[in-house]
Design a protein around this ligand. Structure first.
Ligand code: ADE
Ligand code: ZN
Length: 325
């Protein structure tokens, strides 16, 4: 319909996208064959039956397992290009993209192989689609803080090729506070700061990310709505949330998109953005997330405001930002 086309065409930024979460099952099998890696699935149909998730950890099991097929610079380039082609069709003008180096390094990839491939994909995508893209290095919160610190050591010589640091993986039981020193060092390296908080965890994780990590955006953050003081703090500080409706639905954070508190948060003055998180796993790319909100009763002006906020909440230069507004 025209509403759907309008939502696809609307200029927008994607601020919460794990590049590994854009690995479609077809590409995963192709790369497994290319790299002679055995996966425990009989065929594509068998693999596709694995995409019914109970919660965040049950999704992460499949996500980390499929990441083992990514080995070469070309793999990372191809993955990035496949995402950018899809993002371009959804009106994305700017993308700030997470990657999980700890997992790739476990799989035997050097940090330069990973980053060179992703950056090559971004450079080609900029030429081909006009999308401005940058990388955010994500640390796994369910690993020891020493591992995050060692990963920061490993990327330090490439700090100029990164725009920020993030924190992801299983949330409940892994609060942000222990990563304060990692974030302080990343800030000193010139990196912007974001963290997943309040996805499965409570609003206290959002407070922790603000106080201990000094984050400039909160990834997900939807449980902020459970605590009026946290909601007010986000509003007063102009801290944007990078929300991912289809992710929240598929990981059973909510039973229905209508149960998400995006309207309530927006009316309280919190900056809301809409993103896809892991689109190959959650049944849709960024425009599908806008469409899911439209189907849940969000109006065109509300959705246009979320898109405008996404362009305003990037870490891009003001000149580039205003070009899309
Ligand atoms: N890694 C990839 N997707 C994630 C999510 N939604 N939450 C936490 N860690 C992730
Ligand atoms: Zn995420």
């Amino acid at each position: 319909s025209t509403t759907i086309q309008a939502l696809r065409d609307m200029p927008k930024a994607e601020l919460h996208l794990h590049i590994e979460g854009s690995l479609e099952p077809e590409l995963a099998l192709r790369l497994a064959a290319r790299n002679h890696i055995e996966l425990p699935y009989r065929d594509l149909d068998d693999l596709k039956r694995q995409y019914a998730f109970e919660n965040l950890p049950s999704f992460l099991d499949l996500y980390y397992r499929l990441m083992t097929v990514l080995r070469s610079r070309e793999d990372f380039r191809d993955l990035m290009l496949a995402y950018l082609e899809r993002a371009h069709a959804d009106g994305v003008r700017r993308a700030e993209i997470f990657f999980d180096p700890q997992v790739h390094m476990d799989n035997g990839c050097g940090i330069d192989t990973v980053m060179d491939g992703l950056l090559e994909g971004l450079a080609i995508g900029r030429e081909r689609y006009g999308i401005r893209g940058d990388l955010i290095v994500c640390m796994l919160r369910d690993r020891p803080v020493e591992s995050a610190m060692a990963t920061l050591d490993a990327v330090e010589h490439r700090a100029g090729d990164l725009i920020g640091i993030g924190l992801d993986s299983a949330e409940v039981g892994y609060p942000p506070e222990p990563f304060a020193e990692v974030y302080a060092r990343a800030a000193a390296m010139g990196l912007h700061r974001v963290a997943h908080a309040g996805e499965e965890g409570s609003a206290a994780y959002v407070t922790g990310a603000l106080d201990a990590l000094h984050v400039e955006r909160v990834d997900h953050g939807i449980h902020s709505a459970d605590d009026p003081a946290v909601t007010r703090r986000l509003a007063d500080g102009g801290v944007a949330l990078t929300c991912c409706p289809l992710s929240n639905l598929r990981l059973n954070v909510v039973g229905d998109v209508r149960d998400l508190p995006l309207r309530e948060l927006a009316r309280a003055g919190v900056r809301i953005t809409v993103n896809s998180d892991d689109p190959a796993y959650f049944g849709g790319y960024i425009a599908d997330n806008y469409i899911a909100l439209a189907e849940a009763g969000y109006t065109m002006p509300e959705l246009a405001e979320f898109a405008r906020q996404s362009l305003l909440a990037t870490f891009d230069t003001p000149e580039n930002q205003s070009a899309d507004l």
